[in-house]
Design a protein around this ligand. Structure first.
Ligand code: 2X7
Ligand code: FE2
Length: 299
C-alpha cells in the first residue's frame, strides 16, 4: 500500500448564516443574499481543491461536545435533519452522508495508543452536529466523499486552555500518523470561528449587512494577529499565542480544532492562503487553506 497523505488543510468556519445565504436545496429557509466575502472565500477554497484528488474529509467540530475524551463517528451512513438550536430560522438542513469508519477507527486507536481517552460513537440514531455538516458542505457540496468526524473534548472549560491545546496537538499528531498509514488522501477541516463574541439580538432581516460588523476592535486586532502568523508560516508562534487569543476573545479555538489542524500538518512553515475574513453576528471568521501538497508539506 502506498503512503497516505494530507492533501490540504483548511480553517473552515461553520456559521449557519453562510448556508442560509447560499440557499442550497437541502436547507429549508431561503435568503436574499448576505456574508458574500466569506462565501466567495469558500468558493476560492473549493477552487483550490478542484484539481486535487482526495478520498476523505476529516473534520473536527466544536459543536460535537464530549465531556469524557474524544469521540469519532463509527456508523457508515447517516441521514436526518440538522437544526441549529440558536438559529432554527436559518438552518434546517436535510443531510445524508457516509463515514469512513476504517479511518475513524485508525485515528481513534492511534490516539489511544498515545495515551488519549477515545471512543467510537456507534449509535445509528445519532444526530450529526451542525458544525460538521456546514464545514463539509461549504468545502465540498457534492457530498460524494466519506467523512471522518471528530468531537471536541471540552477540556478548555473542564480544565484550562493549555490543557486543551496539549491534547489537541497530540490528536493532530495521531491523525497525521493514521492518515499516512491508511494509504488515503485526506483533506482536513478545522471547523471553527476565530474571535467569538456574539451579538445577543438578531436584526429583523438576518441578511441585512448594514448591521454586520465585528463586535469590537480588540477582537479584530487579535484575529488579524493570528491571520498574519498563518500567512507568514509562523505556526509555532501561532500555537504559543493560541491560549491567550482563545481566552481574550472567547475564540472558538477553545474547541482545539485549529491547534489539532496545525499539529496534523506538522507545524507548516509555508504561508497559508487566507481566502476571506468576515464577521457573522459579530464573530470573526476566516476561510484559510494550507495547500499542503503543493507547498512542500512533509506529510
Ligand atoms: O456556531 C456558530 C458560530 N460559530 C459563529 C457564528 C454564528 C453562529 O454559530
Ligand atoms: Fe460555532
Amino acid at each position: 500500500m502506498s503512503e497516505g497523505s494530507i492533501v490540504l488543510g483548511a480553517l473552515a468556519p461553520h456559521p449557519p448564516h453562510l448556508i442560509y445565504a447560499e440557499n442550497p436545496p437541502q436547507n429549508e429557509p431561503r435568503a436574499e443574499c448576505g456574508w458574500e466575502v466569506l462565501r466567495w472565500g469558500y468558493e476560492r477554497l473549493r477552487r483550490s481543491l478542484a484539481d486535487k484528488s482526495f478520498d476523505v474529509l476529516v473534520v473536527f467540530s466544536p459543536h460535537w461536545q464530549t465531556m469524557v475524551g474524544t469521540h469519532f463517528l463509527g456508523v457508515p451512513h447517516f441521514k436526518s435533519i440538522s437544526v441549529d438550536p440558536i438559529f432554527p430560522n436559518l438552518f434546517r438542513f436535510h443531510y445524508e452522508l457516509d463515514v469512513d469508519v476504517t479511518l475513524s477507527e485508525a485515528i481513534c486507536e492511534q490516539a489511544a495508543q498515545m495515551g488519549m481517552v477515545t471512543k467510537m460513537m456507534r449509535n445509528p440514531d445519532f444526530r450529526v452536529d451542525y458544525g460538521t455538516i456546514i464545514s463539509c458542505h461549504l468545502t465540498h457540496p457534492a457530498w460524494d466523499k466519506p467523512i471522518v468526524a471528530i468531537s471536541s473534548h471540552r477540556s478548555a472549560k473542564l480544565f484550562n486552555t493549555e490543557y486543551m491545546q496539549a491534547n489537541a496537538l497530540k490528536l493532530g499528531e495521531a491523525t497525521r500518523k493514521a492518515v499516512l498509514a491508511s494509504g488515503k488522501r485526506a483533506v482536513l477541516l478545522a471547523s471553527n470561528s476565530l474571535s467569538h463574541r456574539h451579538f445577543v439580538t438578531e436584526p429583523p432581516l438576518p441578511e441585512d449587512m448594514s448591521k454586520e460588523h465585528i463586535t469590537h476592535h480588540g477582537q479584530y486586532l487579535w484575529d488579524m494577529r493570528m491571520l498574519d502568523l498563518m500567512r507568514k508560516g509562523k505556526t509555532r508562534e501561532l500555537i504559543d499565542l493560541m491560549p491567550d487569543f482563545t481566552d481574550q476573545t472567547i475564540a472558538e479555538t477553545d474547541s482545539g480544532a485549529l491547534s489539532w489542524l496545525i499539529a496534523a500538518l506538522d507545524y507548516p512553515e509555508y504561508g497559508a492562503d487566507v481566502h476571506a475574513y468576515g464577521s457573522v453576528i459579530g464573530t470573526g471568521n476566516a476561510v484559510v487553506g494550507w495547500d499542503h501538497e503543493s507547498y512542500g508539506g512533509r506529510s
